[in-house]
Design a protein around this ligand. Structure first.
Ligand SMILES: Nc1ncc2ncn(CCCCCNC(=O)c3cc(-c4ccc(F)cc4)cc(O)c3O)c2n1
Ligand SMILES: [Mg+2]
Length: 214
């Protein structure tokens, strides 16, 4: 049967990127998405904003919601200090299988734990299952109607501490109006918007950075 887009994306990584070189994996995926087939990776323009937030924060414990093919997983993990850990949740088994191979090609598997399942099922189990106290950085890029309930769930599970940074993708396109309204009006967050574009297009999109105040 016909291959899937994630399978073709992985093929492009293997063809163009150098094993063990995360930057070449990132460039290969961006090239594939610009010149062959659009895919819903955070992309190079928003990815540069993601890089600057991660580099400034130097987080030890990172949670990513929504792995897809592992593009942002690789972007984040390549910047983490030794000993830092990234847990990434992916609901779709086919995407997870591709992401594992993209992460392995980048040589970053030691820093990354990919968990297959739904965020709402795994967030309550982070402490007992992964020995996580709190996260330093959370990247939200999964179902857009789960950003708000999962943020409240992370608060309720005590997974956020004073200074934890939430960075949310797609706050304009496809959009997360209920989440934006919450983080921008809650006294528990300092929130700011980084205007950008939907990956590989001219449409407006952006990232919302929200610092939890405890
Ligand atoms: N609960 C739970 N737990 C864990 C999970 N793991 C995966 N999922 C399901 C996530 C399914 C993919 C989410 N991402 C997007 O839908 C997305 C879409 C666009 C986009 C598309 C078409 C357009 F015309 C314009 C923009 C662009 C983006 O950058 C996006 O990130 C989970 N859910
Ligand atoms: Mg996204």
């Amino acid at each position: 049967t016909r291959s899937t887009r994630p399978q073709r994306l992985l093929k492009a990584v293997r063809k163009r990127a150098t094993r063990g070189d995360p930057q070449s994996v990132i460039s290969a995926i961006d090239h594939f998405c610009r010149h062959s087939e659009w895919a819903m990776n955070v992309g190079d323009e928003k990815g540069s904003i993601l890089d600057s937030v991660v580099s400034e924060l130097n987080p030890e414990k990172v949670l990513e919601l929504g792995t897809y093919c592992g593009y942002s997983t690789v972007r984040i993990a390549r910047l983490l200090p030794p000993g830092a850990r990234l847990i990434t949740l992916e609901f779709n088994a086919d995407y997870a299988a591709i992401a594992r191979q993209v992460i392995a090609w980048a040589g970053l598997e030691d820093k990354i734990q990919l968990v297959e399942g739904a965020s709402e099922d795994w967030i309550p189990r982070m402490k007992e299952h992964f020995g996580i106290e709190t996260f330093d950085f959370v990247f939200l890029d999964h179902w857009k109607d789960r950003y708000l309930p999962d943020t409240k769930l992370m608060e309720d599970c005590g997974l956020l501490r004073k200074g934890t940074v939430l960075l949310a993708d797609n706050v304009i396109c496809p959009g997360v109006p209920d989440y934006l309204e919450y983080v921008r009006n809650s006294l528990s967050y300092n929130s700011c918007y980084f205007k950008s574009h939907l990956e590989y297009t001219k449409a407006e999109d952006g990232l919302e950075k929200s610092v939890f105040l405890g």
